[in-house]
Design a protein around this ligand. Structure first.
Ligand code: CTP
Ligand code: MG
Length: 236
């Protein structure tokens, strides 16, 4: 069982001077927190971080670890980065039937406990699955491009997808090699496009994706709280 962390994005929506995965949170770059959570799962044989070609920052900020690899084969989209990273895993000896947990570098508050829950729920499943949260808020669809409500949608049966997402390396790579897959924004969509139904495993609100500037403060507060109370947030 392997982990792959796509960290080759540019953080456009956050709008900082550098890619968001390198912004400091609680004294360490965001990527360091995400990598630490996955290295905390002994079930994972290795954790591979995918960065952009020529990006040396991950190597500078991550402490050397026998289970950590950094590969600079990131692509123009998240799916392209994941595809290139999976190919590197196979080149390094992983087998197509092995599981991979793909996790966003930008979900830096994920807990070891949530990752373990995903593994336990999926390791004997035929397809695999993802962490996700049932939608809690009432949903509105805007009318056209106005800021007026056009409709209220039922949240019945709706979930917000999180990561990690856990699938077989070979099946995922096969799906990602189809030309229309490179625009997909998560692994589950790739597996769904192959006619399969991934398992929904309940995640946790802390595991949100740092996307907009306001998310930084919340992530930092959670990381600091966890450091002060190591028993919280599922850390062993
Ligand atoms: N990612 C990647 N390669 C890309 C784009 C994204 O590896 N070409 C990674 C990001 O680094 C991030 C994860 O995929 O860890 C989730 O993507 P997102 O939150 O969209 O990050 P960015 O693409 O960097 O942000 P934005 O969309 O605002 O530009
Ligand atoms: Mg993006």
């Amino acid at each position: 069982m392997y982990a792959l962390i796509p960290a080759a994005g540019s953080g456009t929506r956050l709008g900082a001077a550098e890619p968001k995965q390198y912004l400091p949170l609680a004294g360490e770059p965001m990527l360091v927190h995400s990598v630490r959570a996955l290295l905390g799962c002994a079930e994972l044989r290795s954790v591979t971080v995918v960065v952009r070609p020529g990006d040396t920052r991950a190597g500078q900020c991550l402490r050397a670890d026998a289970r950590l690899r950094i590969v600079d084969c990131g692509g123009a989209t998240r799916a392209a980065s994941v595809r290139a990273g999976l190919q590197r895993l196979l080149d390094a000896g992983a087998r197509p039937r092995d599981w991979v947990l793909v996790h966003d570098a930008a979900r830096c508050c994920v807990s070891v406990g949530a990752v373990r829950r995903l593994i336990e729920a999926c390791e004997h499943d035929a397809v695999g699955g993802l962490l996700a949260l049932p939608v809690a808020d009432t949903l509105k669809r805007q009318r056209g491009d106005s800021r007026r409500v056009g409709a209220t949608l039922s949240r019945e049966g709706l979930w917000q997808a999180q990561t990690p997402q856990m699938f077989r390396i070979g099946l995922l790579l096969e799906g990602l090699q189809r030309s229309d897959a490179l625009a997909l924004t998560d692994e589950s969509s790739v597996i769904e496009s192959q006619g399969l139904q991934p398992l929904l495993v309940e995640g946790e609100p802390d595991n949100f994706k740092v996307t907009l500037p306001g998310d930084l403060r919340l992530a930092e507060a959670l990381l600091l709280r966890r450091r002060a109370q190591p028993g919280r947030g599922g850390k062993p």
